[in-house]
Design a protein around this ligand. Structure first.
Ligand code: UDP
Length: 324
């Protein structure tokens, strides 16, 4: 039987990866310290006979080498995530995102595991390209602005993974996630859709930062997971690095309006300056749209669930969660 390790398996995306792998018939081990992950993300599979959950940190070298034993593949999703959280604690971001990735890669070379590295569109930094392509230059802000610590730490992870591929032939796949959303995502770490949906369902106005003309593309988590697992099952990949996300864009102001239309047309939008939301030294990314040609050519599909459907699914889930 094939065995998969999912670090960050109790996270929002991780929970869906675990469900998918169990459905495929795999034996799955989750390693998660429940810092931002929650066991409730695994509610549907918690008692599954092929699932083992280990609560602990990827910064614990003994635990990490123990859980790597006997695995066939690794989905490395554990990381410090969420722009707000990351801006608040850059030390933790760097420590969680860099050293553990390196030890996992080293163990994967020894154990011969396939390796998926979850990266992020944050690595493109504040590039003002219309669409971000995998081979584009990365453009970070200064080190005095903590926001860039996240993208930079993930860029180092990518360098490490590609170096292990080149030097040791480690079969790695790197996915740069763009905005991933859907049921079970919580708003605590700054993510915009759960925040809008929660506010709207509570009958409060929606807080939009700055002028709301920032552009993002939102993909449903189930489609993202199909891409991740699909790439890991491809033999003879021409590339190791892929943008993974929707390429259908929306401004944050329009997003707020769409949530309002779906939940309660009486609600207002409250525009708040960035410095009130994130502190004085925060820089946002104005536009973030992926070029997903490489993904589509490789897999034959790309995430395309319409925003309307994603919002409806998220609202329905949140309504139910709030009623409990
Ligand atoms: N945003 C907002 N209100 C919120 C949370 C976020 O207007 O309550 C904006 C944020 O400034 C950004 C966009 O929505 O421009 C997406 O934010 P999120 O944190 O979800 O993702 P990221 O910034 O990583 O794309």
């Amino acid at each position: 039987m094939c065995r998969s390790l999912v670090t960050g398996g109790a996270g929002f995306i991780g929970g869906y990866v675990v469900e998918h792998l169990l459905k495929e018939g795999r034996e799955v081990t989750v390693l998660d310290n429940l810092s931002t992950g929650r066991l409730s993300n695994l509610d549907a599979v918690r008692d599954h006979p092929r699932l083992t959950i280990r609560i602990g940190s990827i910064t614990d070298p003994i635990l990490v080498s123990e859980v790597m034993q006997g695995q066939d593949e690794v989905f490395h999703l554990a990381a410090a995530v969420g722009v707000k959280l990351v801006a608040d604690d850059p030390v933790r971001t760097i420590e969680t995102n860099i050293f553990p990735t390196e030890s996992l890669l080293r163990l994967a070379v020894q154990g011969g595991q396939r390796f998926f590295l979850a990266s992020t569109s944050e690595v493109y930094g504040k590039s003002d390209q219309d669409r971000f392509e995998e081979e584009d230059d990365l453009q970070f802000g200064p080190t005095s602005k903590p926001r860039w610590a996240y993208g930079c730490s993930k860029a180092i992870d990518e360098f490490l993974a590609l170096a292990y591929h080149r030097k040791f032939g480690l079969p790695v796949v790197i996915g740069r996630f763009f905005n991933v959303v859907g049921p079970r995502q919580v708003g605590n770490y700054g993510m915009v859709i759960p925040r809008f949906v929660e506010a709207a369902l509570r009958g409060e106005s929606l807080t939009v930062y700055d002028d709301g003309m920032q552009v993002r593309c939102f993909a449903h988590v189930s489609e993202i997971v199909k891409c991740v697992v699909g790439l890991m099952r491809c033999d003879n990949l021409d590339h190791r690095l892929f943008n993974i996300g929707s390429d259908s864009s929306v401004t944050i102001r329009d997003l707020a309006k769409r949530v309002i239309d779906l939940v309660n047309p009486e609600l207002d939008i409250n525009y708040v300056p960035y410095k009130e939301a994130y502190g004085h030294d925060f820089e946002d990314v104005r536009k973030r749209v992926p070029d997903v040609t490489r993904l589509q050519k490789t897999l034959g599909f790309k995430p395309e669930m319409p925003l309307e459907q994603i919002l409806k699914a998220t609202i329905a889930w949140k309504k139910e969660a709030m009623a409990q």
